[in-house]
Design a protein around this ligand. Structure first.
Ligand code: TTP
Ligand code: MG
Ligand code: MG
Length: 356
């Protein structure tokens, strides 16, 4: 029997802040861009559960958060600190796993099939792991336990915060039945709407869909979705986690249609991206420019090149992508530069350094 766990830290960035500042514990706290008395731009990265009571959420404009709770504590981002804490957390999780796959700064899958005998045993094991993270790092987390990655992740979401959620094979159908389709991995707003148009609101309904209809509408992804709805996911915990892309974004103080502003931002972002690329010993072959306009509509444009780690490539190609694609009569709110398609160059760091 396979037993998979997904460990996800609770309100991670704010929890990291709590570690070094006990005064904020228990008070509504937001990490993100400066709200500037409600005039600030950019978004909420995360907030603690006290702040969530006021409706504040990750990804929400910081100005909206400010409207909801002006006297919350607003803290700026400190990625270096969060990554340091993340590394410590991951090393504790790794100790408990036969197979370990970090999937983001604050979550990792582990395969513990050869460490526990059944789901009762797994629950005890999850409790021990959770206690170890709490005692050694000082942070709360939630652990989802199931027979595959899909359900481990969903079990975790359902048990948030500070919980342990277990879904055994015999419980999967009932667990999935009334979930919304966008609770499934890979289903965002658009797919959810398309599924709804086909008459599928819940995962239970989707489970009964005709696979051929799904295939017709979504291609191979449709079959995958139908599998997911039936609790089927055979993907392995993949130990060779690697960073897939590195990007940085900039939100302008004021929406702008000035090419000079844009190029300045691109140059600065390129510098930051390249620093990160070099730190990891990567070379990349795809450069992607993101333009977000005032109305929040977004345009992504990519170009492939020969492998490079040269800042000039990032700067000139991003600038070219900007000039070729920007709609001059519209104002730009945000610009992003991202590189991907990595190979590792000589002098690369160990896997441990990649697994961040
Ligand atoms: P999540 O695990 O999605 O969220 P969380 O840990 O803050 O809260 P919880 O798991 O208890 O629901 O994301 C982990 C961190 O990643 C989060 O603390 C901040 C960052 N993050 C962003 O920067 N932007 C985002 O849109 C999201 C969702 C998270
Ligand atoms: Mg989390
Ligand atoms: Mg997470």
């Amino acid at each position: 029997m396979r037993i998979i766990m997904l460990v996800d830290m609770d309100y991670f960035f704010v929890a990291c802040e709590e570690l070094r500042n006990k005064e904020i514990i228990g008070k509504p706290t937001v990490v993100g861009f400066d709200p500037k008395q409600g005039k600030g731009r950019g978004v909420v990265m995360t907030c603690n559960y006290e702040a969530r009571k006021y409706g504040i959420r990750s990804g929400m404009p910081i100005s909206m958060a400010y409207r909801l709770k002006p006297d919350a504590i607003y803290l700026p981002l400190d990625y270096d600190w969060y990554e340091k804490v993340s590394k410590d957390v991951m090393s504790v999780i790794k100790e408990h796993a036969a197979k370990f796959e970090q999937v983001s700064v604050d979550e990792a899958f582990i395969d513990v099939s050869d460490k526990v005998s059944d789901f009762d045993d797994a629950r005890i094991y999850a409790r021990r792991l959770k206690d170890n993270i709490k005692n050694r790092i000082g942070l709360p987390c939630t652990i989802g336990v199931s027979y595959n990655k899909l359900l481990a992740k969903m079990a975790c979401e359902s048990a948030k915060p500070d919980g342990i959620g277990v879904v055994a094979e015999s419980e999967a159908k009932a667990f999935l039945e009334n979930k919304s389709t966008d609770d499934l991995y890979g289903v965002g707003r658009k797919t959810k709407e398309r599924l709804e148009a086909m008459g599928f609101k819940t995962v239970g309904e989707l489970a009964k869909a005709n696979p051929m209809d799904m295939m017709e509408n979504f291609g191979a992804f449709g079959i995958e979705l139908h599998d997911y709805a039936n609790g089927i996911d055979n993907s392995e915990v993949n130990e060779n986690y690697e960073i897939k892309s590195i990007g940085r974004e900039h939100t302008f103080e004021k929406d702008t249609s000035s090419e000079k502003d844009a190029i300045e931002a691109i140059d600065r972002l390129s510098k930051e991206v390249i620093e990160e690329v070099k730190k990891n010993g990567f070379a990349f072959k795809v450069i992607t420019l993101k333009i977000r306009y005032s109305d929040f509509s977004e345009h992504l444009r990519s170009r492939s090149i020969r492998y490079s780690n040269d800042i000039k490539d990032v700067m000139t190609i991003s600038a070219q992508l900007y000039r070729d694609n920007v709609e001059k009569d519209r104002k730009v709110r945000k610009i992003g530069v991202r590189v991907s398609g990595f190979i590792k160059r000589k002098g690369q760091k160990s896997m441990e350094d990649f697994a961040r």
